[in-house]
Ligand binder design. Structure first.
Ligand SMILES: *Cc1c(COP(=O)(O)O)cnc(C)c1O
Length: 378
């Protein structure tokens, strides 16, 4: 059996262990220390938008704290993009709130502004104004932020940007994760950079960041004994993990470039294959990190479906995966309201994510090319 080609695997830069060793040498083996501070600074510099970043144990934890800071409580409603990973929606349930799912539009596969406004109006007319809007930049593709922010502003609802997949992406030159009241990032093992597991909350002022850090470290009041006036969480990032993050930040620009090259590779490969569309930026306003490259297969033109291609890849030990199954189709969220047509559903039926790692070799690309050509051409 040939070695496995993964969809997206960790890719170390080389200096990660240096920072981790420093933490050991100085006995900063705790959820605070120079690596946590350094990693936060690195992220603030990279995002380049006068933001304050709080490093946390995961992107999911960051979303949970963002919702808490938007005052989401039991019985509230929170709007969320349907086509996404379940971690975008689960924190709504942690708060005891109900997700209201929104369809995608065809250009960026992200939240459809038309369905968003329809949902807000309908929820208000039902007597409840949604407390927050969670918009996702899927596979690194920026959402239609101008339209979404305009609607959110009109109804005065805060936007939380799930930029877990979009570190290094920009919309009109501005970093994804810096548009909303809060942004969240993830450094899970499969993301564009990884700390093995970790996340961050992007804030726009020191007060919001301080509150996030306070909540993430068990909400201890300022007293010599343990004194608590709030429910706290254990969500802070470890100083060991943050050391990996500092090493990864040194190579983030290279990783974005390599992922974008993988996208170019697929564009070139599919340009002569009718009925297959490679997921690409609709205009120059959008700059995707192309965390994952994805295609949509038109069955009527190709006579092939995405599941057969997935199996053909699997035969050669190559990983590929259907797009995120929309949340409104998930058994766990079957009771949640949904607004839209069936754009996300159709994308799920016909779409496939292809190997996209920044560490794939020319040999790996040849293997991928061979499977694709055999599948579509013969
Ligand atoms: C990975 C991911 C998350 C969750 O991040 P974790 O760090 O794994 O908790 C949230 N949203 C999206 C869209 C993701 O891809």
């Amino acid at each position: 059996m040939q070695n496995k080609i993964w969809l997206s695997s960790p890719h170390m830069g080389g200096n990660e262990q240096k920072y981790v060793n420093e933490a050991f040498a100085e006995n900063w083996v705790a959820p605070l220390g120079p690596n946590v501070d350094g990693f936060e600074k690195d992220l603030e510099t990279f995002l380049n938008a006068d933001v304050k970043v709080g490093a946390l144990s995961s992107g999911t934890a960051a979303l949970h704290l963002a919702l808490i800071q938007c005052a989401v409580v039991y019985g509230d409603e929170v709007i969320c993009q349907s086509m996404t990973f379940s971690a975008s929606a689960n924190p709504i349930a942690y708060c005891g709130a109900t997700p209201i799912f929104i369809d995608s539009e065809k250009e960026t596969w992200n939240m459809c502004p038309v369905a968003l406004e329809e949902a807000i109006q309908d929820r208000i007319s039902n007597g409840k104004k949604p407390k927050a809007i969670i918009v996702v930049h899927l596979y690194g593709m920026p959402a239609k932020m101008d339209e979404i922010l305009k609607i959110a502003g009109k109804y005065e609802i805060p936007v939380i940007e799930d930029a877990a997949e979009a570190l290094g992406s920009t919309y009109k030159g501005k970093a994804c994760g810096t548009f909303g009241r809060f942004g969240i990032l993830s450094f899970n093992g499969n993301k564009i950079i990884t700390t093995s597991g970790g996340g961050a909350l992007v804030c726009h002022n020191q007060e919001d960041k301080d509150k996030a850090v306070f909540l993430s470290t068990q909400a201890r009041d300022n007293a010599p004994h343990y004194q608590h006036s709030h429910i706290g969480y254990n969500y802070r990032m470890s100083n060991i993990v943050a050391g990996i993050g500092r090493g990864q930040m040194e190579v983030l620009n290279d990783r974005v470039e390599a992922r974008r090259k993988m996208h170019d590779f697929y564009v070139e490969l599919f340009k002569d294959i009718d009925g297959v569309e490679v997921f690409s930026e609709p205009t120059d306003d959008y700059y995707s990190n192309h965390w994952l490259s994805a295609i949509v297969i038109d069955k009527n033109i190709t006579g092939k479906n995405r599941e057969d291609l997935r199996l053909a890849f699997l035969e050669d030990n190559i990983e590929s995966r259907p797009l995120w199954k929309p949340m409104h189709l998930q058994p766990v969220f079957s009771e949640a309201p949904y607004y839209g047509t069936n754009v996300a559903e159709k994308l799920f039926d016909d779409g496939l994510c292809l190997p996209s790692g920044s560490n794939l070799s020319d040999d790996d690309r040849l293997r991928i090319e061979k499977i694709i050509k055999e599948f579509f051409i013969s």
